[in-house]
Ligand binder design. Structure first.
Ligand code: G
Ligand code: G
Ligand code: NA
Ligand code: MN
Length: 250
């Protein structure tokens, strides 16, 4: 209840902030993309997680305004980065299926001046579950626009491997749960299998949640995984800090 009231004021009071976490090309070691992650600096509660913000904002109907703010801010921030670096923005199923999703994305690109190919939209499998034809149309139009689509948290939902070829997507992000027990045979075989399949279908493959050098070595060994993301490289950091990391990396 009070969270709702506070949330209404938060946009106007500029209490939201985007943090960024880099995705690293495993061959070159360079940052390819930075994922925008929402933070709410609540005056009393401190930092509030997006896990608590997004569902409430959706219930309140505030998600359109908040989503618009996130998308524009992320695109504007990306304009300050080296040319080859993209920005990734998370869309909940609710956001992805909102009626004006295409015009929202077009508008954010227009006002920021960001080329479409530098924007990645991260969706989860649950976004692909409903309205299959409509979903397919939206993805095709985004594809035509030049925006890239990433399938986030892959392997956690009601994963159907058919998603990987039925929808036009450029990137698969293998969920960090696949790294659990990676030092044993079976999980590694599973991860490599999913990676190989995605790569064979023409997608780039990211492994999320890399925390140790051992994990990095295991997933890098066969060259299938193109990018990595995780605390080993960097935690999500404020915009100023990501610019420093980018300057050091490029
Ligand atoms: O950054 P963190 O690990 O706390 O994020 C927690 C969850 O919130 C993740 O699932 C992430 O995808 C989601 N999330 C973070 N930022 C955003 C955002 O801007 N929009 C949406 N829809 N989800 C976000
Ligand atoms: O759902 P999504 O993949 O967008 O969520 C990203 C979330 O994962 C963010 O909350 C981010 O803080 C978290 N995260 C990023 N890297 C790591 C990592 O190496 N380990 C763990 N445990 N969490 C991570
Ligand atoms: Na994500
Ligand atoms: Mn993810």
């Amino acid at each position: 209840r009070t969270l709702e009231l506070d949330l209404r004021k938060a946009l106007a009071n500029e209490e939201f902030e985007l943090f960024y976490q880099p995705l690293i090309n495993l061959k070159s070691g360079k940052i390819t993309t930075c994922e925008a992650l929402l933070r709410w600096n609540h005056p009393v509660r401190g930092t509030v997680s997006p896990i608590d913000i997004i569902p409430v904002a959706e219930d309140m109907g505030l998600i359109v305004d908040l989503g618009r703010w996130i998308l524009r801010r992320a695109c504007m921030e990306c304009m300050k980065w080296p040319d080859g670096v993209s920005v990734a923005v998370n869309f909940s199923p609710h956001q992805f299926h909102q009626r004006d999703v295409l015009s929202e994305i077009r508008y954010a690109l227009e006002v920021s001046g960001l080329p479409a190919h530098r924007l990645e939209i991260e969706i989860t499998e649950s976004s692909l579950l409903r309205n299959t034809q409509l979903t397919h149309d939206i993805l095709s139009q985004l594809h035509a626009l030049g925006v890239h689509i990433s399938l986030d948290d892959f392997g956690t939902g009601y994963s159907s491997l058919s998603y990987l070829h039925n929808f036009p997507m450029q990137k698969v992000k293998i969920d960090r749960s696949f790294l659990e027990g990676i030092d044993t045979d079976r999980p590694l075989t599973l991860l490599r299998g999913v990676a190989r399949l995605s790569a064979d279908l023409g997608m780039s493959v990211v492994v999320e949640g890399i925390e140790t050098n051992e994990q990095l070595e295991l997933i890098s060994a066969d060259g299938t995984v193109t990018e990595g993301q995780g605390y080993l490289f960097s935690r999500p950091v404020p915009a100023v800090r990501i610019r420093q990391l980018l300057n050091a990396s490029h």
